[in-house]
Write a protein that binds this ligand. Structure first.
Ligand SMILES: *Cc1c(COP(=O)(O)O)cnc(C)c1O
Length: 376
């Protein structure tokens, strides 16, 4: 049996009849950039997340850039973020000329650890970026308190967490501004690149919309600096259709996660992701930790399990094998191995299992059986 990491074709086949006419409409209307499908999507996406404003963009990376740009974060400023995240979180700071400052993640949630944030604050700190990594919301209440106390902006990188909930409320409106990715492999994926920011702050929303379109509200009148971060019409149409299915797909992912938990909880050699009491996890990724020995060889067991899975036609992934503080591009920042032990443990022991709504019970069982076989 073959189990891919992600099966975009299965999802496409299930909505083909619905999505193709919408794409044809865009082509018939030659509305290639922005246009009605994009504006409709913005409205519905904001509504789904309980926020007032959504600005559709060309990617999630651009969302991270626009969010800090709209807040006025720039040269000489520091932006606190987890070391355990995808590189694009950091580009939000660097593209604005600001410096990323890394903090370790919490040993159970794998997200920014609020207890370690205050120690990283300096007079230059302007913002904290909480990432809802793997689809699980970060612990926003204590982070909000810290941000308020030190007069800092708080942001959410929600690229992996559309529809996730924190204490019963959907993410996206729990900070000054949140960014999302619609990269095809994300929980809500376009048929190309796409992203967005959401906020309850009208002034910020207006700024984000201006930055997206050359710094103005009308053509050829540029009030502020801007860029071209517009969403294409086809992506707006595709996302509009897919948004209607996201609730069902999210339930599907949660059900797959539940089955993995039931089937894998008896294996001593692995640690499963915890769903925190405050969270409704949307399982962009299902990350297990393969326990290893301290030191150089700690990741040997993980690597061997990944190889064994591959030999048995089960795909798996690493998220993320090189934490941000160990990236060559950030060598100048002066971090070293050992600075963030929880992040490093996850980088060396973490393994992401196949995760998508269309996984069948047989496939889930086969993944579990293969992992059991490895440990026997
Ligand atoms: C995917 C991702 C991004 C970037 O989104 P793109 O649309 O690929 O540019 C940013 N942050 C995180 C945490 C991501 O997973």
């Amino acid at each position: 049996m073959k189990v891919p990491f992600l099966d975009l074709k299965a999802q496409y086949n299930s909505i083909k009849d619905e999505v193709l006419p919408e794409i044809h409409n865009v082509l018939d209307n030659t509305a290639y950039v922005m246009g009605k499908p994009v504006f409709n999507f913005e409205e519905n996406f904001a509504k789904e997340h309980g926020v007032n404003h959504c600005t559709a963009l060309s990617s999630g990376t651009d969302g991270n850039h626009v969010a800090l740009w709209a807040l006025g974060v720039g040269y000489g400023d520091e932006v606190i973020m987890p070391a355990n995240t995808f590189i694009a979180t950091a580009w939000g700071a660097t593209l604005n000329g600001a410096t990323p400052v890394f903090v370790d993640c919490h040993p159970e949630s794998y997200n920014l650890d609020p207890e370690k944030v205050e120690a990283a604050i300096t007079p230059k700190t302007k913002a904290i970026v909480a990432v809802h990594l793997y689809g699980q919301p970060a612990d926003m209440d204590p982070l909000s308190e810290i941000a308020k106390k030190h007069n800092l902006f708080l942001l959410e990188d929600a690229a992996q967490a559309h529809f996730a909930e924190y204490k019963g409320k959907r993410i996206g409106g729990l900070s000054d501004i949140a960014s999302y990715s619609f990269y095809p492999g994300k929980n809500l994926g376009a048929y190309g690149e796409g992203g967005a920011v959401t906020t309850n702050n009208e002034e910020l929303a207006t700024k984000a919309k201006m930055i997206r379109d050359h710094g103005g509200k009308e053509k050829y009148n540029h009030e502020i600096y801007g860029h071209n971060y517009r969403m294409s019409g086809i992506q707006g149409a595709v996302l509009g259709v897919k948004l209607n299915h996201l609730g069902k797909w999210t339930d599907g992912r949660r059900s797959v996660a539940q089955k993995y938990r039931e089937l894998l909880s008896d294996i001593d050699g692995i640690k499963l992701t915890k769903e925190m009491d405050y969270a409704k996890h949307v399982y962009h990724l299902f990350v297990i930790q393969v326990k290893g020995k301290e030191g150089e060889e700690r990741k040997a067991n993980r690597d061997r399990l990944q190889k064994f899975l591959g030999e048995n036609d089960v795909a798996s992934g690493l998220h993320y094998p090189v934490p941000l503080h160990q990236q060559t591009c950030f060598a100048d920042l002066g971090y070293k191995y050992g600075d963030f032990p929880v992040t490093e443990e996850l980088a060396e022991q973490g393994l992401s299992l196949p995760m998508y709504a269309e996984l069948t019970d047989e496939q889930i069982k086969y993944v579990s059986d293969t992992i059991h076989k490895f440990f026997e």
